[in-house]
Design a protein around this ligand. Structure first.
Ligand code: PEP
Ligand code: MG
Length: 575
């Protein structure tokens, strides 16, 4: 029976394919004694063998579809399986204690994980904890006879159905086969949604029910423009969505014509429209969509894609590739923003009640200065190859900015002394994503070169509503007068000091927001590359002289988010 499941539209596009359920199976087990110890050892050996051949298969598929580097993690897993210190200890435990293999595996792997995690002075060994956890999970699944989902093995077109996708799950999706994804939880500005937009695949998040309502292999149509998922569509549905997909493609072709133009309003005012990227691989999309620069390079993905902390050389290569790829156009690189929903398997962070309010971003960089200094050195060296701007994430106090800037200056002086070529024209700015900084923007403006407003976080912190929690997603209110006042305060404050303000949160690419932001004089708009041409086309219809009264009304007369949606829609009607 056909049914429609609705969620939050997270990434545009329409696709049809079979469902692939990426649901973690229940790996709980009954601990207990066994009489037949030999039988139990045989069961264990069998699970180890099956895990090994499965890993070989996954490794080969991953190498083909994602590349050798991505496949290496599975080699590390195979080594653990072959390590007698680990698997031999499990076998010995079954024999010595006459316990079942599940319990022995669980106890031994916990011991190993604890030992590895405690090696705080040896990051390489610390990183092995995550590998042991993964390998144990795989062996446990075979002991229990349940199947672990293996996204790396997907070799036909599918739409992924999952409770949630972490940013690193999303990074592993092969766009050739994964035509879209739908999740139970998540919000529009969670990082998996942001990554879906840069992969240009449709996505729906926060449906609450999709993993319960959809079974493996069912035919799905995903409509990422409206947030609807059609399960077992009729022929009529198929025809209707085929037409919608064709209309969407035609609309995109129309926008394409603006690819080589600059972004100007009807009255000839120029605004920079830049793109957000997560890795140098995203450059293709940036160039294809004619962005006028990069307004946010989320460098944490470089750390997340690597099996260990990336060294100065590999970071330098990545930053240089982006700067050269942009051919002299500005590139704003944000220093590492780990924490919140972004984790590094090899750098376990303390368990926190509220990770988004915790140990994150610049707070980690100022604390673990060796990691921060390595990143800054790589950036400074790369600065000779293009127009680099650096910004710090999650700045809450002026002192944090000053401390981070002082470390930057120290590393710069060291490199200059060593005779390394470094640009003497690197602007250093900060993200405005914490309300404290937005309120005090006039003071911050005296010490920074620029601001970039991160609305994803600024809205979650101002409204006190977790950006990844679908139950409070109604509080993601970019047009709420409170948010608009903060944004205007920041832009005005920067201009008073002769500085500029960009926006790299998702609101920068939102068509309802565009007239308001142009009206406030935002200098740079940075968004998913796929939104650049849509906003450029919209900008052509705006006359800045008409926008001042619109902003005035939105900030001082409207009471709600909805008031402002109506206000802008009414305004745009005759354009
Ligand atoms: C933001 O918070 O708006 C932002 C751009 O940063 P991120 O989404 O990576 O937290
Ligand atoms: Mg942020």
């Amino acid at each position: 029976m056909t049914k429609t499941i609705s969620g939050i539209a997270a990434s545009d596009g329409i696709a049809t394919a079979k469902a692939y359920l990426l649901v973690q199976p229940d790996l709980s087990f009954e601990p207990g004694k066994v009489d037949d110890v030999d039988g139990e050892v045989a069961k264990l050996k069998n699970a180890l063998d099956v895990s090994d051949s499965e890993l070989t298969n996954i490794r080969d598929k991953a190498a083909q579809s994602l590349g050798e580097e991505e496949a290496q993690v599975f080699d590390a897993h195979k080594l653990i399986l072959a390590d007698p210190e680990f698997t031999g200890a499990v076998e010995q435990k079954v024999k010595d204690d006459s316990i079942n293999a599940e319990q022995a595996l669980d106890e031994v792997s916990k011991q190993f994980i604890t030992i590895f995690e405690s090696m705080t002075d040896n990051p390489y060994m610390q990183e092995r904890a995550a590998d042991v956890r993964d390998v144990s999970k795989r062996v446990m699944s075979h002991l229990l006879g349940v199947t672990l989902p293996n996204p790396a093995l997907i070799d036909e077109e599918v739409i992924i159905v999952a409770e949630d996708l972490t940013p690193s799950d999303t990074a592993q999706l092969n766009k050739k086969y994964v035509l879209g994804f739908v999740t139970d939880i998540g919000g529009r500005t969670a990082h998996s949604a942001i990554m879906a937009r840069s992969l240009e695949i449709p996505a729906i998040v926060g449906t609450n029910v999709v993993t319960k309502e959809v079974s493996e292999g069912q035919t799905l149509i995903i409509d990422g423009n409206n947030g609807d998922l059609i399960v077992d569509p009729t022929d009529d549905d198929q025809a209707k969505y085929k037409k919608m997909a064709a209309d969407f493609a035609a609309q995109k072709a129309e926008w394409e014509k603006l690819k080589n133009e600059v972004s100007v309003t009807a009255d000839g005012k120029h605004f920079d429209i830049a793109a957000n990227i997560g890795t140098p691989k995203d450059l293709d999309g940036v160039v294809a969509n004619g962005a006028e620069g990069i307004g946010l390079y989320r460098t944490e993905f470089l750390y997340m894609d690597s099996p260990e902390l990336p060294d100065e050389e590999s970071q330098f290569e990545a930053y240089k590739a982006v700067l050269e790829g942009m051919n002299g156009k500005p590139v704003v690189v944000r220093t590492m923003d780990i924490g919140g929903d972004k984790h590094l398997p090899y750098m376990p962070l303390p368990e926190e009640m509220n990770p988004f309010l915790g140990y994150r971003a610049i707070r980690i960089s100022l604390d673990k200065q060796d990691i921060f200094r390595t990143q800054l050195r790589a950036l400074l060296r790369a600065s000779a190859f293009g127009k680099l701007r650096i910004m710090f994430p999650m700045i809450a106090t002026i002192q944090e900015f000053k401390d981070a800037k002082a470390i930057f200056e120290e590393e710069k002086q060291k490199l200059v002394k060593e005779g390394t070529k470094v640009s003497d024209d690197i602007q250093v700015g900060m993200m405005i994503e914490i309300p404290a900084a937005a309120v005090l923007a006039d003071q911050f403006a005296k010490v920074v070169d620029f601001f970039s407003i991160g609305t994803n976080d600024l809205i979650q912190y101002t409204m006190a509503a977790d950006r990844g929690n679908e139950h409070v997603s109604y509080l993601y209110q970019p047009y709420n007068p409170s948010i608009l006042r903060l944004i205007k305060n920041v832009i005005d404050a920067s201009h008073k000091e002769g500085k500029w303000t960009g926006m790299c949160g998702e609101a920068a690419g939102d068509p309802v927001m565009s007239p308001l932001l142009v009206g406030m004089g935002l200098d740079e708009f940075s968004m998913s590359a796929t939104s650049v041409l849509k906003v450029r086309s919209l900008m052509k219809k705006l006359d800045t002289k008409e926008l001042e009264p619109l902003v005035e009304k939105a900030i001082n007369e409207s009471l709600t988010n909805e008031d402002n949606i109506k206000l802008v829609e009414e305004f745009m009607k005759n354009k």
